[in-house]
Design a protein around this ligand. Structure first.
Ligand code: EPZ
Length: 417
């Protein structure tokens, strides 16, 4: 298992370019299954999760040619498999996003139930609720979900929770259904809008993406097209915290500031300087930060994917900060690891109470999921002494060349594979 070794860093400085968004690339790659001709996608990040999605799509029948510059050519003529093998799906929960496109394009699919993961049980009931409302027959057994539908019919679907994945899966299926589908209480994350923009370029009839009500009128077929993925707002937010936690000054290029509003607002509340220049953010740390509270919420609330990184910063801010994680039931796996570095954090249910300490001390710690791993890297940058992070593969799932990008900003960090 790979290790990342970090020594206390001087204030980071310089410029870093953000890669394409993992959580946009994954649903858009799945959406390629809906087209009966080729697509060219740009700014697809070279991540483990994306590689695993390629393997699944190639098994289903797409031909994929990915280049080092983030361009990916997808040849989608005929799909040969409508099922997804366990060994491919259990490497990537987001594989479940092929269910909607396969149901719409092939009329049937058989997919292993996506396991839970470190942060929660990750149910799929809302995805299935949508497919059933559209006329699909769903059976579950032996760890698989089977779905079939001669032709999906448009339906009105209310999501009990604005689930990102369920919104994406149902949105993709509805594009080829008969008639109109209305998704109510839909997720409004930027990645939903990016997916909808790609589908509309393919010929889909979608209105309201980015609002809590999305209306889709099914069409006969969709054509491949060219599309550039939006930048990764969570990678950008992670570098914002890297600037603050090292009291540095960095330029973060290739961002969409509107996607980072909740993070920028909280960083300013703490006392960091955040200046927006078109598609660049300039973030400066300060000597004195103020403790602030956060509650993770669906967009445009504070993103759950930034909670662990934010906790690392608040751990060394004098005073008491409160974090409430409302999205996932078990997203505090990083707490015990931060405590090994000296953090003073108490968990009560979904609430974390953080008493700021003077400084972290380096320690041997474990990455338990990708954002927890990123948080430990951030803590290591500020820790006195050396920090060794095991299971660094978790970080590769969501960050492209993370340690190299940090090194280019002056971080004392290297990796042992
Ligand atoms: C997406 O996961 C992201 N992953 C996650 O990013 C992100 O944390 C999450 O959205 C929330 O923003 C991708 O886009 C690939 P959800 P997803 O469905 O779609 C409950 C990262 O670090 N729920 O919005 O799985 C669920 O239990 C990852 O990059 C149901 O109850 O998130 C959870 O409490 C981690 N029933 C809440 O909704 C369902 O059918 C949020 O889940 C589906 C979800």
């Amino acid at each position: 298992m790979a290790k990342i070794i970090i020594s206390q860093s001087t204030p980071l400085s310089g410029t870093v370019r953000i890669s394409g968004a993992k959580n946009s690339a994954l649903p858009i790659l799945a959406a390629c299954l809906l087209a009966d001709s080729d697509s060219i996608l740009e700014d697809i990040p070279q991540l483990k999760d994306v590689e695993n999605m390629y393997n699944l799509l190639e098994w289903i029948g797409l031909k994929i040619n990915s280049e080092d510059n983030g361009r990916v050519q997808i040849h989608s003529s005929n799909l040969i498999n409508h099922d997804a093998p366990y060994e491919l799906v259990n490497k990537l929960r987001a594989s479940f996003l092929v269910m909607g496109p396969l149901l719409a394009r092939m009329g049937q699919t058989r997919i292993p139930l996506p396991g839970g993961c470190a942060i929660g049980t990750r149910p799929i009931d809302l995805h299935l609720k949508g497919f059933i409302a559209m006329g699909a027959k769903i059976t579950q057994g032996h760890g698989y979900v089977e779905a079939s539908a001669k032709k999906l019919k448009g339906a009105k679907i209310y999501l009990d929770f604005p689930s990102v994945g369920a919104t994406e899966n149902i949105l993709m299926a509805a594009c080829l259904a008969e008639g109109q589908t209305v998704i109510e209480n839909a997720a409004v994350e930027p990645e939903i809008v990016d997916l909808a923009n790609y589908l509309i370029s393919m010929g889909a009839d979608i209105k309201g993406a980015g609002t809590d009500t999305i209306k889709i009128v099914g069409v006969k077929n969709l054509k491949g097209c060219n599309h550039t993925i939006i930048p990764d707002r969570i990678e950008a937010g992670t570098f914002m915290i890297a600037a603050a936690i090292t009291k540095g000054n960095i330029r973060i290029e290739n961002v969409m500031p509107d996607h980072l509003k909740p993070v920028s607002a909280k960083m300013r509340e703490i006392g960091a300087e955040v200046n927006e220049e078109d598609t660049t953010l300039v973030v400066k740390g300060n000597d004195k930060f103020k403790p602030v509270d956060i509650k993770t919420l669906p967009f445009p609330g504070f993103p759950t994917d930034m909670q662990a990184q934010f906790m690392a910063l608040m751990s060394i801010v004098e005073g008491t900060s409160i974090i409430i994680e409302t999205i996932f039931e078990n997203r505090y796996m990083h707490v015990s690891e931060l405590k090994r570095m000296g953090a003073n954090i108490k968990i009560e249910g979904r609430t974390a109470v953080i008493e700021g300490i003077k400084k972290f001390t380096g320690a041997q710690v474990k990455a338990t999921d990708l954002r927890a791993g990123a948080a430990l890297v951030l803590a290591g940058l500020a820790a006195e002494g050396e920090t060794e992070i095991e299971d660094a593969e978790h970080i590769d799932r969501g960050y492209y060349k993370f340690e190299k990008k940090l090194m280019s900003l002056g971080a004392k960090i290297h990796r042992i594979d």
